[in-house]
Design a protein around this ligand. Structure first.
Ligand SMILES: *Cc1c(COP(=O)(O)O)cnc(C)c1O
Length: 392
């Protein structure tokens, strides 16, 4: 221990000392409440994908350091997926990089592309690692707030335009969006793309929920818009799509100079990871279309169970078009402080949720919103829905 008065945690990270997830998970454990706070599934992904991992382990594939960019089988499978689904063609050797989950991809992209003093625009509320990674890169985050209007959280394009300055380096976009469940529309994405081209900005886009879109919503990668292919780093991951969040297999697709830049940072973070799992995810990416359709159908039904429960409990629900989260407004219950509400909810109703305020810089704007995860078994969600009637 140092005896000086200087804090141990450096200034860049001082505001990120603890996360609300730890507090809420501890509360869930102590009270026996149903944990709809943290977003991980309570059922593992497909048996055949798990078996593929076992086979790779047994056959000695990936037990030693895999190649820095990722095993060729996975890079080829990622490129094939992008081509098949979105018509995006990527060279597996120069335009795909495997990472330790999307988390490392985000960190490596920001550490590689952001110079101290650069401004990074992120949609608020934002995924919690964005703020910390921008800070680690020495950048300044500039939040643009998604505002609830007519049933969904929307991006105000004028506000986005006004947020761009001469110091803006990149736009950090997330669609389908955690925590609001918004899927940016083709029109919104086209405007983001136009702005990026006009102001010559890089774009890092987190698309880990690309397969979790419901009803009429459609996921369109930003990289497909005119002028975007060469300025966009597209991030995805196996965690959410295949319900293997513990495997931490993610990837980026981008033009060669961007992949090279991101790889320069990535090689000193983990270097490589998850060898045998990379082979298994290569097989997962080649699953028939029915896998993705069934995943969506199952998640949509779960969404509806939880959404109805929350509505019956009296909250205003923003029924998500994507992701496995529901953001709800607690004001109809006469409550205004989501943090206090979430601290009381386990005792009151036996359910744990996350106050969305922690994902905002403008905490006042996020104060009345609470996030619930619905990637849980049907009976768990049904029981949560029953219990939530005691939330008043
Ligand atoms: C879960 C999540 C991630 C992290 O993905 P990993 O592959 O588990 O690292 C990144 N971004 C968003 C928006 C997420 O919800």
């Amino acid at each position: 221990m140092t005896s000086s008065a200087r804090p141990l945690l450096n200034r860049r990270l001082a505001e990120f000392g603890t996360t609300v997830f730890a507090e809420m998970s501890a509360l869930a454990l102590r009270t026996g409440a149903i944990n709809l706070g943290q977003g991980f599934p309570d059922t593992d992904g497909p048996e055949e994908v798990r078996e593929a991992a076992v086979r790779a382990l047994r056959d000695g594939r990936g037990n030693q350091y895999p190649p820095g960019p990722g095993v060729p089988e996975l890079r080829t499978a990622v490129a094939a997926h992008q081509q098949r689904r979105y018509g995006l063609s990527h060279d597996p050797d120069t335009e795909v990089l495997v990472t330790a989950g999307a988390t490392e991809a985000i960190a490596a992209a920001l550490l590689a592309l952001v110079e101290p003093g650069d401004e990074v625009i992120a949609l608020e509320p934002y995924y919690d690692s964005y703020a910390a990674c921008i800070a680690m890169a020495g950048g300044t985050r500039v939040p643009v707030t998604l505002r609830p209007r007519e049933g969904r959280f929307r991006l105000d394009l004028d506000e986005l335009r006004d947020a761009v300055t001469d110091r803006t380096r990149l736009l950090l976009i997330n669609t389908p969006h955690n925590p609001t469940g918004t899927v940016l529309t083709r029109e919104e994405l086209a405007s983001i793309a136009e702005l990026a081209v006009e102001r010559d900005l890089l774009v890092v886009t987190d698309e880990v929920y690309e397969h979790l879109v419901f009803d009429d919503a459609e996921h369109v990668p930003l990289a497909t818009f005119p002028g975007m292919r060469d300025r966009t780093v597209t991030i995805s991951s196996a965690g959410k799509t295949y319900s293997f969040t513990g495997w931490k297999v993610g990837w980026i697709t981008a033009a060669p100079p961007l992949v090279t830049a991101v790889r320069s940072a990535k090689q000193y973070l983990t270097y490589v990871s998850a060898g045998p799992f990379q082979y298994a995810v290569a097989e997962a990416l080649a699953l028939p279309e029915s896998y993705f359709t069934d995943l969506r159908t199952d998640m949509r039904a779960k969404r509806d169970v939880l959404a109805s429960g929350l509505e019956e409990a009296g909250l205003t629900v923003y029924r998500p078009s994507g992701t496995y989260f529901i953001t709800a407004d607690i004001r109809p219950l006469g409550e205004t402080d989501g943090i206090a509400f979430c601290r009381a909810l386990p005792e009151r109703a036996g359910v744990v949720a996350i106050p969305t305020a922690v994902f905002y810089d403008h905490q006042d704007m996020g104060a009345p919103f609470v996030r619930f995860a619905f990637c849980k078994k049907r009976p768990v969600l049904e029981e949560a829905a029953r219990r939530l009637k005691n939330a008043r």
